[in-house]
Design a protein around this ligand. Sequence first.
Ligand SMILES: [Zn+2]
Ligand SMILES: [Zn+2]
Length: 138
Amino acid sequence: MSDLLERLRGRGWRLTAQRRVVAEVLDGDHVHLTADEVHARAASRLPEISRATVYNTLGELVTIGEVIEVATDGRAKRYDPNAHRPHQHLVCSRCGAIRDVHPAGDPLADLPSSERFGFTVSDVEVTYRGLCPDCVTA
Ligand SMILES: [Zn+2]
Ligand SMILES: [Zn+2]
């Protein structure tokens, strides 16, 4: 479980009804929703919630480091509550399904110093692409 709500409570983030609904919608494993998807799901629970509130809340969650933005090739940005356990993404090239994955090695350590060109390298993003089981059989 991503335990997003628990983390937010733990850090004393002010949970208004609207913020709580956004956090609840995002909480879970392998959750990578677009802002519009978050808004649609939040609005089904709290009809008066505005798109602006959802966008602002997402922005705040990203700023405080509890949600990460995932950009996948030209598709809309997605919001991922799994912000504390480093992971990479497995993406279906056909339907866009996304899974959080944990490579056996450390992709950051895998870049030899001769390939770092003097950079201080602090982060790496790897996207594994292929077809999900549903798309393979379709
Ligand atoms: Zn697929
Ligand atoms: Zn993820």
